[in-house]
Design a protein around this ligand. Structure first.
Ligand SMILES: Nc1ncnc2c1ncn2[C@@H]1O[C@H](COP(=O)(O)OP(=O)(O)O)[C@@H](O)[C@H]1O
Ligand SMILES: O=P(O)(O)OC[C@H]1O[C@](O)(COP(=O)(O)O)[C@@H](O)[C@@H]1O
Ligand SMILES: [Mg+2]
Length: 328
């Protein structure tokens, strides 16, 4: 493959925002400046690429953003970018600004878009995994996942206080449309009575048995964690079913929702995002295109995007085993 000389890199954030995206933007831009490159920001992800919302970045734009949640470049989900016409418009806008390298910070969908874009137009592109869902292969953790888990666990600790005071059974819904990583971590980290994830179906009967056994064992509080989009339904739906079978329980439902996407990034997310920002710029300069920079066993690795998205990461069987043993 021909290694192109990169002079101008554009960076964007796409899909659901994640704590640490700003740290990744800052590291990407600072690394670019270190290597005397011109750096551009594309606002609102692929939507901004199509609408030519692209601006040259200077040092002042990225000062004091490392510690801030959200993304200064804003994020979006773009239907138009899913069409060949939309992607062509986007490419023409990059040409107008003479952009010759692209850093895409986002989840599986955003990286799928980057892969297609590279195949169609050959513009050197590299991905940084930025999503609270942790559903990308090629990295142990995605930027934002650790902070989201910390937020979920902190919230569940608070729910436990009131659950115990009132002897109530709580169903807490955490994020993860198709991925149970936040749920399984929160389940282990907050001593849940049961954890339901999209990847595995738990029949309602089994949940009922588990709760009955816990009543017998005089457990002080019961918190069931449910990943949104789980195979057995959302928290409200499951709570309704349980109410019918265990009417003596005082049941409440809490949906943590977008709370999990905000807030200052944890130390782990700041460091991960910083390493990956530098790795993305250096990767582009070394001719590593159509790959995602990730960290595996504490080392930066580059994985073809096609593998990072297709090798849909499964929740570790051992984590599932641990959550089961510790909640019985
Ligand atoms: N198959 C695809 N082809 C082209 N673009 C895509 C594709 N899948 C996702 N994208 C682009 O990436 C954006 C973000 O994807 P999404 O799945 O919503 O979030 P995430 O990247 O966080 O997983 C989409 O709105 C779309 O613009
Ligand atoms: O913010 P929205 O559009 O409601 O999307 C919610 C979804 O986004 C997420 O927070 C993050 O998912 P992505 O990283 O794939 O965008 C999911 O956990 C959740 O299911
Ligand atoms: Mg996704």
């Amino acid at each position: 493959m021909e290694i192109k000389t990169i002079k101008r890199i554009a960076v964007l954030t796409s899909g659901g925002d994640a704590p640490g995206m700003n740290a990744a933007i800052r590291a990407t831009v600072r690394a670019g400046f270190f290597y005397n490159l011109e750096m551009y920001g594309i606002f609102r992800g692929y939507e901004g690429m199509i609408q030519n919302d692209i601006k040259k970045l200077e040092s002042k734009h990225i000062s004091h953003i490392l510690e801030r949640g959200g993304t200064i470049l804003k994020s979006a989900r773009s239907q138009e970018f899913r069409t060949p016409e939309g992607r062509k418009k986007a490419f023409e806008n990059l040409q107008k600004h003479k952009i010759d390298g692209l850093v895409v910070i986002g989840g599986d969908g955003s990286l799928t878009g980057a892969h297609l874009f590279y195949k169609e137009f050959g513009i050197p592109a590299i991905g940084i995994p930025g999503t609270i869902d942790n559903d990308l292969a090629g990295t142990d953790l995605t930027v934002g996942f650790d902070t989201a888990c910390n937020t979920a666990i902190e919230a569940i600790d608070k729910i436990r206080d009131t659950a115990t005071s009132h002897d109530r059974l709580f169903f807490v819904e955490v994020m993860g449309r198709d991925a149970g990583f936040i749920a399984i971590n929160a389940g282990i980290g907050s001593a849940a009575a049961a954890t339901l994830i999209p990847e595995k179906k738990m029949p309602i009967e089994r949940l009922v048995e588990r709760l009955k056994a816990r009543t017998k064992a005089m457990k002080q509080s019961n918190i069931v964690i449910i990943a949104e989009g789980g195979k057995s339904g959302g928290a409200a739906e499951i709570a309704e079913k349980i109410k019918k079978q265990l009417p003596y329980y005082d049941i409440k439902v809490t949906i943590l929702g977008h709370l999990q996407r905000g807030g200052a990034p944890s130390s782990l997310d700041r460091v991960l995002a910083s390493k990956l920002g530098v790795a993305a710029v250096e990767g582009l300069m070394q001719g590593k295109y159509d790959v995602m920079a990730g960290v595996i066993n504490n080392k930066v690795v580059y994985t073809p995007i096609a593998k990072a998205i297709v090798g849909h990461k499964e929740v570790d069987e051992y984590d599932f085993h641990v959550v089961k043993i510790l909640s019985t």
